[in-house]
Ligand binder design. Structure first.
Ligand SMILES: NC(=O)C1=CN([C@@H]2O[C@H](COP(=O)(O)OP(=O)(O)OC[C@H]3O[C@@H](n4cnc5c(N)ncnc54)[C@H](O)[C@@H]3O)[C@@H](O)[C@H]2O)[C@H](O)CC1
Ligand SMILES: [K+]
Length: 502
């Protein structure tokens, strides 16, 4: 699904106005969609409906919803969170509310919020920036404490910033967000996405052709979106048809990371898997991954002929899972950056090794995908965690463009940014996946898709989506608490069954 910024939505609004659709109509339709979302959920007759309204047009949408819900028989209380409406449009909507709707100020609204059956958040929309004014915090906290109420946000949960998905202070916690015209970053990018509940996009009068004509480089990703990227396997195909992945992963003490990445790669369709490991790991790896072949190296020596030959022959290289950061590991990373022909996937310790010299990422002739978690991202770009959380989208984009690498910034709503500016936001997965080893599984899937010659950007976001889909199947079957990263690997066949359309 396409994801548009506030500026893009404003541009579309102007087009709509030029083509004869008035702003009043857009607001009327927006308010009507909010009211419809409530009436679809319940019979509103006599239901205590509290609508928190800001002074801008988001508040205006709230006034329209107030009028329409009152007409349906709801007992509506409008709470003015910033005093009287400020925009002409919101003023008009306010004046049209008429009698029969209680209007109170936020200071006296606690009791109404506690008793509400429905709480509608129309405080701030896409023009919000910074932090929610602290005077509003107590009322939002009371709204959250009223667990029996249906909480619904208009366009964006108030407290979240539209274009970054940042939440610096308090934020309204919604069960449902009705957003207008198109999905916005705050609907899919965390932390904001964690406040909006389910987000539905509703049309309010902007013409489809205007919407379609707008170029858009950001999309959210669901499993259904990636299925067309997986052609049927060739009936005459052989193991060579499906690529040769070289993994340089694992070290004494961290064999498990290598095993998980390897098994995930094998369960993702790769034809041949070659694992380069120190001699000492062979007795552990050989029985754990019987399908693989092995290139053994001596960690006390510089990368030798066998490793260089394996790099040369690989259609993709995955480096870093459990590799450690010893000097020999750094030399292996250099060898891959300097010699790889196929896509290079760098994870975990490969990224820790490169943290002091990220400019080395510019060395390879081949495309590079990096898969940092937020800590690794901060080590690579020298920024703080707070800066990262303030704009995860831009963090990934800037790094991708600066170092010409596909950047997979992991976490809830993983961001996948290409050097071209193309960006994807993943929508599969759940907190049950937040366990050591989950990243190794993702790295293995990514490496396998690259080795099979998928375009690197498509491989990167497909891998993230598949990984999350496997996580969702695990959570359903095993619970978020009980599921393990190794379970993700076992669920991959079920995800590929869906991709293959069975
Ligand atoms: N086509 C559409 O999508 C339509 C959307 N509509 C709704 O309009 C809002 C956007 O309205 P706008 O008046 O531009 O601003 P807001 O209501 O988001 O904000 C109001 C006001 O608050 C100020 N502000 C920003 N940050 C802060 C802060 N931290 N503290 C205090 N005040 C702040 C800001 O400057 C504004 O002046 C959109 O989301 C939709 O809900 C229309 O209905 C038309 C169709
Ligand atoms: K809102």
């Amino acid at each position: 699904m396409r994801v548009l910024t506030a500026a893009e939505i404003r541009g579309l609004e102007s087009c709509a106005v030029e083509s004869g659709v008035s702003m009043e109509t857009l607001m009327e339709n927006a308010g009507a969609e909010v009211a419809a979302a409530v009436t679809e959920k319940m019979d509103v007759t006599g239901k205590k409906t509290v609508i928190l309204c800001g002074k801008g047009n988001n508040g205006g949408d709230g006034f329209v919803a107030a009028r329409l819900l009152a007409a349906e028989g709801a007992k509506v209380t409008v709470v003015l969170m910033q005093g009287a409406p400020a925009s002409d449009l919101a003023k008009q909507a306010y004046d049209k509310m008429g009698r029969g709707i209680e209007i109170i100020m936020y200071r006296t609204a606690g009791g109404a919020v506690d008793a509400a059956d429905v709480i509608i958040d129309a405080v701030f929309g896409f023009s919000f920036h910074g932090r929610l004014p602290s005077v509003m915090e107590p009322l939002l906290a009371r709204a959250a404490e009223n667990k029996k109420a249906f909480h619904i946000s208009v366009d964006i949960p108030s407290g979240a910033v539209c274009d970054t998905g940042a939440v610096e202070g308090a934020c309204f916690k919604a069960d449902l967000t009705v957003t207008f015209t198109a999905m916005k970053p705050a609907g899919v990018v965390y932390p904001a996405a964690g406040f909006g509940g389910m987000t539905v996009v509703r049309q309010v009068g902007i013409k489809e052709e205007h919407l379609e004509m707008l170029p858009c480089d950001t999309e959210s990703v669901l499993l259904g979106n990636i299925c067309p990227l997986f052609p049927k396997r060739d009936p005459e195909g052989h193991k060579g048809t499906y690529g040769r992945l070289l993994m340089i992963c694992g070290s004494v003490g961290m064999a498990g990371a290598c095993i998980m990445a390897a098994r995930a790669a094998l369960r993702s369709g790769v034809g041949l898997l070659n694992i380069a490991i120190p001699h000492a790991l062979y007795p552990i790896l050989a029985p754990a991954v019987p399908e693989a072949i092995f290139t053994l190296y001596d960690p006390t020596e510089a990368p030798g002929e066998a490793v260089l030959d394996a790099i040369d022959k690989a259609s993709a290289c995955l480096v870093g899972c459990g590799l450690g950061t010893a000097p020999y590991a750094a030399k292996l990373v250099d060898a891959v950056l300097e010699n790889a022909h196929g896509t290079v996937v760098l994870d975990a310790d490969a990224l820790n090794i490169l943290a002091k010299t990220p400019e080395k990422l510019l060395v390879p002739q081949a495309p590079v995908i990096i898969t940092p978690h937020p800590g690794e991202m901060c080590r690579l770009n020298g920024r703080t965690m707070a800066e990262l959380r303030a704009d995860r989208l831009q963090t990934a984009r800037v790094f991708a463009q600066t170092y010409r690498v596909i950047t997979v910034l992991k976490g809830a709503g993983t961001i996948i940014a290409a050097p071209s500016g193309e960006t994807r936001v993943n929508t599969t997965g759940n907190p049950g996946m937040a366990k050591g080893g989950s990243g190794d599984v993702l790295a293995g899937i990514t490496g396998a898709l690259c080795a099979q010659n998928m375009q690197p950007f498509e491989a990167a976001y497909s891998a993230v989506c598949i990984h999350g889909a496997a996580g969702d199947l695990c959570a359903e079957a095993l619970s978020q608490h009980g599921m393990l990263p190794t379970d993700l690997i076992e669920k991959l066949p079920q995800v590929f069954l869906q991709i293959e359309g069975k």
